[in-house]
Design a protein around this ligand. Structure first.
Ligand code: 0RA
Length: 647
């Protein structure tokens, strides 16, 4: 290591570094969203985004991510390497600038598309600030350079350490446990979901992930994946629809550019009843849609109406709406916008008005051409659209009937709901509980002022496989809708102003049946009431699996590891007999136990359901709820022990 004191210029810059990055360490959530699992994984995305920028500029086609045994992450790319020359104005090397100044990343490279980037797009310097150790190795112009930091402070100034015949950047960092107090453990699946998505969206790139940690495999095998998709967004649609039955031979691919906006779309109709759109602007998932999506929808409706009119395919008086054209449609839209404006609650809605006509133009032209050349596919699609229109009409009638009936019944709440007494939704919670006996324990154990209980008895319909009219006939779903105050406007439930509880907590047994019911409920929320999930209102309760007793001492364990630890400790402390019993269901717990382990806000752990990766969630639901039995069984067997939350 070189001697810091003989390089005074670094002393000066260190002070500035401290000023800039200290702010990030003081208020990390302002920069990376939160300091939980999501923020932790954001660190990786932030670094990878820079490599993706290199790829978009045409200089990089390989990114390798490794999770090392001690939880350190390394990310290697074969881009140009971060520039090392001294920045004339700032008086420090470009690499130091990029790693120690907020937002310094894009200053150099105005001409290329500096367009990728996470939700926050805060730059690698934030990763540096929030890492206990951070180092970089740059291969550029035949030389190898290194530099290192701790908590954003330089510990190894930039130094040339050798020669090389490749170019690229290697970044190694360890998240600082002082910042990430909840956890510093990276989840392979969370990283994989995002990297797979990036590989679909950027077909020129190959991304690998290697997990060197012990993952419990008996043969010591390590997790390793490689993502590369020649077919890009078209492969993405195939992947999303892997467990659905398509009604066309291959997804339709549309590529073009209008008004300086490169547009890529792939779409495929399948036998399901749900619309499934995944849209991206500069590789960022626009969960809330926006102008690109409205442009796409207009183009789809216009192209299909045009085709149907020309071939006289719409018969009778039935009124076909835009929604009918999208039933059972899986779409991926990926566009690049130089200066995107993100709006909406979660800043994932594209606002640029010029984009609508650009997307509409490209899609309308190419789609009309496609149906002209593939009339058989076009006819099959219109056939499906007509069925959707008929079903929607039937659903409307069913809805009127339900509304009239509930109006006659005084619009009352479901009979089995044990409501809470306060009237303030923001402080109220509702537990959706499996079965009457658990419902009974929950009712006696709860704090009735703010906790409501809705026991679920009958079968909850799989909304993945049903039209809205059938869904509205299902008693359990009706009870849930009325209890929540959402009315019966499925798909239009984006208005949460009448929501009666801001926490909706799913509480099921920790067995295969319980996980099935939980999945049915999550499918209902995800497919028909997405704003509930997007708004962070849906939670999963985590009851303990074991009770460990020794004489008068008693402790709960939430998994096998915890049980074994408690057992070992108790045996060390005393020779008295230790008894372990497994809770087979919530109903076995007495009300006090249920309260203190699972319902008391002071002591319980609720797991919030989020849509970190909508594509992964979508796949999960098709696997769990679709027709293909084998992947479902595999999945449930693998995951029944744990609640799967990162949907
Ligand atoms: C600043 C300017 C240029 C590239 C980069 C930063 C860069 C950053 C990272 C982070 C990880 N990998 C990276 N690769 C590149 C432009 C380079 C040029 O003009 O030669």
């Amino acid at each position: 290591m070189s001697n810091k004191t003989d390089k005074p210029e670094y002393k000066a810059s260190n002070i500035q570094v401290l000023e800039g990055l200290e702010a990030v360490r003081k208020r990390p959530s302002m920069y990376i969203g939160d300091t939980g699992t999501r923020g932790l994984h954001h660190l990786i995305n932030e670094v990878v985004d820079n490599s993706i920028d290199e790829a978009l500029a045409g200089y990089c086609d390989k990114i390798d991510i490794t999770i090392h045994e001690d939880g350190t992450i390394s990310i290697v790319d074969n881009g140009r390497g971060i520039p090392v020359d001294i920045h004339p104005k700032e008086g420090m090397s470009a690499v130091e600038l990029v790693l120690t100044k907020l937002h310094a990343g894009g200053k150099f490279d105005k001409d290329s598309y500096k367009v990728s980037g996470g939700l926050h797009g805060v730059g690698v310097s934030c990763v540096n600030a929030l890492a206990s150790h951070f180092s970089v190795e740059v291969h550029r112009d035949g030389d190898v350079y290194i530099m290192a930091f701790e908590k954003g402070v330089t510990t190894q100034p930039l130094e040339k350490v050798g020669t090389t015949d490749i170019t690229g950047t290697k970044i190694i960092f360890k998240p600082d446990p002082e910042i990430f107090t909840q956890t510093t453990e990276f989840k392979f699946e969370v990283i994989a979901d995002r990297m797979r998505e990036l590989a679909f969206l950027n077909p020129q790139i190959t991304i690998t992930i290697t997990d060197e940690r012990d993952n419990g495999e008996e043969n010591g095998e390590k997790l390793h994946v490689e993502y590369h998709y020649e077919g890009g967004v078209k492969d993405f649609v195939k992947f999303l629809d892997e467990n659905r039955d398509p009604i066309m031979p291959d997804p339709i691919y549309i590529g073009g550019e209008a008004e300086g906006v490169p547009v890529e779309v792939a779409l495929q109709y399948n036998q399901s009843y749900t619309e499934n759109v995944h849209s991206f602007v500069n590789n960022i998932n626009t969960h809330e849609g926006g102008t690109h999506i409205s442009g796409f929808r207009r183009a789809l409706t216009r192209a299909l109406r045009g085709f149907a009119d020309k071939n006289k395919l719409i018969k009778g008086k039935i009124n076909v709406t835009g929604e009918d054209f999208r039933e059972g449609l899986t779409t991926v839209v990926s566009i690049k916008v130089a200066e995107p404006q993100f709006e909406g609650q979660t800043k994932t809605k594209l606002g640029n008005s010029e984009v609508q006509s650009a997307v509409e133009g490209v899609v309308y032209e190419k789609l009309s051409e496609y149906f002209e050349q593939n009339p058989k596919v076009g006819k099959a699609v219109i056939d499906k659209v007509m069925k959707a229109a008929e079903a929607r009409e039937a659903a409307r009638k069913a809805r009127q009937l339900v509304q009239r009936k509930s109006a006659m019944a005084g619009g009352g709440l479901p009979g089995k709901l044990a409501d809470c007494s306060i009237n303030d939704p923001s402080h109220s919670e509702i537990y959706l509980v499996e079965g009457d006996s658990a419902g009974g324990s929950a009712k006696s154990g709860r704090n009735r002022s703010f906790q409501a209980i809705l026991p679920l008895r009958g079968k909850i319909l799989n909304v993945e496989k049903s039209h809205n009219n059938k869904i509205l006939e299902n008693n359990e779903i009706k009870a849930i809708l009325t209890a929540l105050g959402l009315g019966v406007d499925l798909d239009e439930n984006s208005d949460l102003s009448n929501l009666r509880y801001h926490k909706i907590i799913i509480m099921t047994d920790a067995d295969v049946d319980g996980s099935h019911i939980r999945t049915l409920l999550l499918t209902l929320f995800y497919r028909k009431m997405l704003p509930l999930i997007a708004g962070g209102h849906v939670y999963i309760a985590t009851p303990p699996l074991y009770k460990v007793t020794q004489g008068k001492k008693m402790e709960y364990a939430w998994d096998d590891d915890a049980r074994d630890q408690i057992l070992a400790r108790m045996k060390k402390e005393s020779t008295k007999k230790v008894d372990v019993s497994r809770y087979k269901g919530l109903g076995e717990m007495n009300p006090d136990q249920l309260w203190e382990t699972t319902m008391d806000p002071e002591t319980r752990t609720l797991q919030q359901v989020t849509i970190e990766s909508a594509a992964a969630a979508d796949r999960l639901f098709t696997v769990l709820m679709g027709d293909t039995v084998e992947p479902r069984r595999e999945f449930i067997e693998r995951n029944s022990k744990y609640a799967n939350l990162d949907i």
